[in-house]
Ligand binder design. Structure first.
Ligand code: AMP
Length: 461
């Protein structure tokens, strides 16, 4: 998953783009980059790790110009190698272009092979690079037909921002898998994955870029075109953005995420009430549904688990011991609140089940008498091909375990998942979501090769 930002006209575009990355940091922590444009030249800064830690005043000062795009990366295609930090910046026939992409394409193999056979030399191992090769190869006249031809060749999930010939471009695939919001700041426009970015920039939320729409922005002028036939494509907004991924202070897919999660919790309470002394949310992801659950049943809500915000990433090595240590450092249950109590613990979702198991163990060690776990979405049974980094099918705990077997593994006294119908009943635009991770019914053909590292070249480090 990734976060993207674009600015069409601001005297400190690079700085404002950095604020955008700050707000979207949760969408990717592996690396970040900003490209700015001053009317003549592109300027670029890319860093491994968190934007909030690794961009300093000096690096931001290099980002001259009135236009900028930015990207924060969580790899779902390609490794975490430095070559894969976006935005992708290339020059073709003396014209620089820069692009940042959120989502995963599904016809990568076909396009990659075709482009390589035609002589393209790929510099990265990301599907995102396909866009710039297509831009270079597609005969270009006026901007709108050129872009329409390029985006029509690509299938799958993409929300894209692009700096091209003095224009800022935003495009969203016809299914609309990933969000893309349009805002206004001063004379110019802003694009960002989530509306929470506009709040930090003091910008005004205008609307979402529609599925299948391309917006071409030059200064304060915006032209909108739609991909041919996109009105016939079934909209497929990613429901997991609503459940877990997006920030609660964002409005995407026509709804505020905090309110969506509270409604999920309330519906969960209707479907799976529990006899307990109080409701406990697993911070932060479970807290919003926990509030909705507690309010629905008029039960007390306790913040009985405290999150340590200072957990670093770099010193943690991925051994089992240190993974468990990380879980413990991150969340600490308060013994004095939990001891001797019957608790109902709310979590947004279960993927592998391993973190839930450690957290339940912690709550048990803090002295809980009974632990009833409730999950504000259905069991996740199938992988995502559109940009959520779920593990392989075999690692998804619900793929081959029943709810009773999962309860056994996590060691809870009872376990309840929200039903698919219940989940959808609380969504606005409820007919327009992709729920493939729960149902296994994918809204597109499947990619030929599902290996995340499929574009890694042999012989490279
Ligand atoms: P677990 O019990 O190990 O399945 O972890 C569950 C928690 O991790 C929940 O809060 C999930 O929403 C969160 N989570 C979110 N995205 C992912 C992911 N792609 N892979 C694993 N866990 C995730």
């Amino acid at each position: 998953m990734c976060g993207i930002v674009g600015l069409s006209h601001h005297k400190e575009a690079g700085k404002i783009a950095f604020l955008g990355l700050y707000a979207l940091q949760h969408r990717g922590e592996e690396a970040a980059g900003i490209v700015s444009y001053d009317g003549r030249q592109m300027h670029v800064v890319k860093k491994d790790g968190l934007a909030v830690d690794n961009f300093d005043e000096n690096s931001i000062a290099q980002l001259k110009g009135h236009m900028a795009i930015a990207h924060t990366r969580y790899s779902t295609t390609g490794s975490s190698h430095t070559k894969n930090i976006q935005p992708i910046l290339v020059s073709h026939r003396k014209r620089p272009m820069a692009l940042a992409h959120n989502g995963n394409l599904i016809n990568t193999d076909e396009l990659y092979t075709k482009l390589e056979n035609e002589g393209s030399i790929f510099q990265t191992s990301m599907d995102s690079e396909i866009f710039v090769h297509l831009l270079a190869k597609t005969p270009n006249g006026a901007m709108a037909p050129w872009l329409t031809k390029v985006f029509s060749q690509v299938e799958g999930a993409y929300s894209v921002v692009l700096l091209l010939e003095g224009s800022l471009i935003g495009a969203r695939d016809p299914h609309g898998f990933r969000p893309l919001c349009l805002g206004k700041l001063g004379d110019g426009y802003i694009l960002a994955s989530e509306s929470c970015a506009f709040d930090l920039m003091n910008a005004e939320f205008v609307r979402e870029v529609a599925p299948g729409e391309i917006v071409i922005i030059k200064g304060n002028k915006l032209e909108s075109v739609f991909l041919p036939g996109c009105e016939k494509t079934k909209k497929s907004f990613c429901v997991f953005e609503n459940i877990y991924f997006a920030r609660p202070d964002s409005t995407i897919f026509g709804d505020n995420i905090y309110q969506v999660r509270k409604r999920l919790g309330a519906q969960l309470a209707i479907e799976h009430p529990a006899d307990a002394d109080f409701v406990l949310g697993i911070p932060d992801s479970g807290n919003y549904a926990a509030l909705g659950y507690a309010q629905q049943l008029k039960m007390p809500f306790e913040e009985g688990i405290i999150r340590n915000h200072y957990i670093g990433r770099t010193f943690i090595q991925p051994t089992q011991f240190l993974r468990e240590f990380r879980v413990r450092v991150k969340l600490n249950p308060i013994r004095e609140v939990i001891k001797g109590k019957k608790v109902v613990v709310i979590e947004d979702s279960i993927v592998r089940g391993t973190t839930s198991r450690s957290r339940i163990e912690g709550i048990r060690e803090a002295g809980a008498k009974e632990i009833h776990m409730r999950i504000s979405c259905p069991p996740i049974k199938s992988p995502c091909f559109y940009g959520i980094d779920f593990p392989s099918t075999g690692e998804l705990i619900a793929h081959n375990k029943t709810v009773a077997q999962i309860a056994d593994f996590i060691k809870v006294d009872s376990l309840g998942f929200l039903s698919l119908g219940g989940m959808m009943s609380v969504m606005k635009n409820r007919g327009d979501f992709c729920c493939a991770c729960f149902t296994g019914q994918y809204p597109t053909a499947l990619p030929k090769n599902t290996d995340k590292l499929k574009l890694e070249k042999s012989g490279e480090e």
